[in-house]
Design a protein around this ligand. Structure first.
Ligand code: AMP
Length: 282
């Protein structure tokens, strides 16, 4: 197996990036929490379309998990992740220990408004996005990358990070990439490996319901009724529904009809102990 550079310190990553920049190479960053799948690899390939050098960060970020969430048991598969990244031709992995990212005395969070406060995931995970934004802000400044690629799979996160990068003049471009799906439509996710066979069979229903709902909205069906019937379908199938909503694709503000602007349908639902999210454009 060929090798990939593994940086565990900010200093080591910065030195490598400075060398690449000095050689005139663009540098792309792909932030992840590891347990990589084909969706993550697609982000690496997208980064490679824009830059000669690509760094993938692997960091299960404690500040974005609430105490009752799955931080401790979040899948950690570093060797397999590295094998996938070698195969994809990534240049380096940034794999910092928690103390490198949050040394003793760390006491800062990014305060978010706008797309982070619209009553979607923020309603169910109230401290999640400040943790995401804080770690992304650090990764951006630590890496000095020219751009970072984020998946539309985490649509609200994409909007939050894009807003933050612009608002704080972080000097990094955020490049979005469409959601990678299993053949049956289920959005790929590191958390899919938690699903039992029975729940895995049920999981693609979320995407099917979103697609049918999008078709109804495009056909001018009354939006409120169509959304409410889609919610009922998900609950009847055995999910615990956090939300299924039609929102403005850019601002994430509530919409009442197709006339309100481009619409994004977003869903979060739990099946057993696993929380799944998905979204599509109308
Ligand atoms: P995670 O490791 O789950 O925190 O995700 C790291 C990055 O991969 C984020 O930008 C996600 O949006 C992106 N991502 C995760 N799953 C997918 C997918 N199925 N398709 C595209 N991007 C994804």
């Amino acid at each position: 197996m060929s090798q990939i550079a593994i940086f565990e310190t900010v200093a080591a990553m910065r030195a490598a990036v400075a060398g690449w920049h000095a050689a005139g190479d663009k540098v792309g960053l792909v932030p992840t929490m590891g347990a990589l799948h084909e969706g993550h690899v697609a982000l690496v390939r997208e980064a490679q379309r824009h830059a000669r050098r690509v760094i993938v960060s692997i960091f299960v970020n404690p500040t974005q998990f609430a105490p009752h969430e799955d931080f401790k048991k979040y899948p950690r598969t570093f060797d397999d992740d590295c094998a996938q990244l070698v195969a994809a031709g990534a240049d380096a992995v940034f794999f910092p220990p928690v103390e490198e990212m949050y040394p003793a005395g760390f006491a800062t969070r990014v305060l978010l408004l706008g797309p982070a406060a619209v009553g979607l995931d923020d309603r169910f995970r109230p401290t999640h996005f400040e943790g995401v934004a804080t770690v992304c802000c650090k990764l951006f400044t630590q890496s000095q990358a020219d751009f970072a690629v984020f998946g539309e799979k985490d649509y609200q996160q994409l909007k939050v990070v894009t807003r933050m990068a612009a608002d704080l003049d972080l000097g990094i471009e955020i490049v979005p990439l469409a959601t990678f799906r299993e053949p049956d439509g289920l959005a790929m996710s590191s958390r899919n490996r938690y699903l039992s066979a029975e729940h895995r069979a049920l999981a693609p229903l979320l995407h099917q319901v979103l697609q049918a709902l999008a078709a109804r909205i495009r056909n001018q069906d009354p939006l409120f009724q169509a959304v409410s019937e889609a919610q009922t379908e998900i609950i009847s199938a055995g999910f615990e529904l956090d939300y299924l909503e039609a929102r403005h694709a850019q601002t994430l503000a509530p919409v009442t009809s197709l006339a309100d602007g481009p619409i994004r349908l977003l869903v979060a639902a739990r099946i057993g102990a696993t929380r799944l999210i998905d979204n599509i454009a109308v």
